[in-house]
Design a protein around this ligand. Structure first.
Ligand SMILES: NC(=O)c1ccc[n+]([C@@H]2O[C@H](COP(=O)([O-])OP(=O)(O)OC[C@H]3O[C@@H](n4cnc5c(N)ncnc54)[C@H](OP(=O)(O)O)[C@@H]3O)[C@@H](O)[C@H]2O)c1
Length: 260
């Protein structure tokens, strides 16, 4: 099987490429800029304009669509219209499976970015190529970056009762590889991590791993957004789940070095 991976240089893409290769899948990796890596065939294409897409999809059996541009003025152009351009190009090239990665909660949590992801899911489902959508929960490096941003002013600022369910991006890569082998599901599957954590629990573990004494400054997120986040809008009861925990990520990342 030959697979085009969009967004191949991103957090999930970097986990997916070695996993697919290990599973015997031939990979064509897509980026907006030229990249050199003897282990993969890289192509340059841009979903927002469609430049390079026809060449990128030519001759592949499946497309694993990871490319996304969150929280930008171009999010609609890239995530929704770009996904449509990709689906049309893939249909014209006779691609047999379009596997789209989305996020658990896009249908429940009123973030602007999630509206675009939900619209992109619908584009995929209505498009010409047999499809699967895999909604994942938060990748630990994303949560880690979010906590660093939330503590820029000193204390870690956040709503202690928000629920998260981090899932290791390498395990998501494994699930995606299984889905490619299985073929189009014509449905949405959810995939989360092994534990649901409250924000304050996640922060406590993060601070301990970093030997940090920054206090948590509780700020309740108001309105419908806050309610959705506290009621577990970002979590899933779907099984199977990944096995690697937030604590595993922290041990790998911070070990005993005590970095702040
Ligand atoms: N981060 C999370 O916690 C999380 C959780 C669940 C699901 N997801 C979903 O998983 C997918 C991958 O996430 P990620 O964290 O790996 O994202 P990421 O690190 O931000 O990577 C996204 C990639 O998209 C590519 N891209 C952006 N604009 C593009 C455009 N106009 N045309 C073509 N490519 C473009 C970029 O590649 P180049 O710079 O190489 O062009 C970038 O490397 C996304 O769809 C995201 O919504 C993420």
């Amino acid at each position: 099987m030959k697979v085009l991976v969009t967004g191949a240089g991103g957090t999930l893409g970097r986990a997916v490429l070695p996993r697919l290769r290990a599973d015997g899948v031939a990979v064509r990796a897509m980026s907006r800029r030229p990249r050199h890596d003897p282990a993969a065939e890289w192509v340059v294409a841009e979903v927002g304009s469609g430049a390079g897409l026809a060449e990128a999809v030519a001759g592949v059996d499946a497309v694993l669509h990871l490319a996304s541009l969150p929280n930008s003025r171009r999010t609609h152009q890239v995530d929704v219209l770009g996904t449509r351009r990709l689906a049309v190009a893939a249909g014209e090239a006779g691609v047999a499976h379009l596997l789209y990665v989305s996020i658990v909660g896009v249908d429940r949590v009123p973030f602007a970015y999630y509206r675009h992801k939900l619209a992109a899911e619908r584009v995929v489902a209505a498009g010409p190529v047999p499809w699967t959508v895999l909604r994942a929960t938060q990748f630990p490096p994303f949560l880690d970056a979010l906590l660093r941003t939330a503590s820029r002013l000193g204390p870690v600022i956040g709503d202690p009762a928000v629920l998260a369910q981090p899932v290791d991006q390498h395990e998501v890569a494994g699930r995606l590889s299984e889905r490619l082998t299985a073929g189009p599901l014509g449905a949405i599957e959810e995939y989360g991590g092994p534990q649901v954590l409250r924000f304050d629990e996640a922060v406590r573990a993060w601070r301990a791993a970093r030997r940090s004494h920054r206090p948590l400054l509780p700020v309740r997120i108001p309105g419908r957004l806050g309610r959705a986040l506290r009621e577990g809008g970002l979590t899933t009861t779907a099984t199977p789940t990944g096995r690697r925990t937030w604590a595993d990520h922290l041990a790998d990342t911070y070990g005993g070095t005590g970095r702040r």
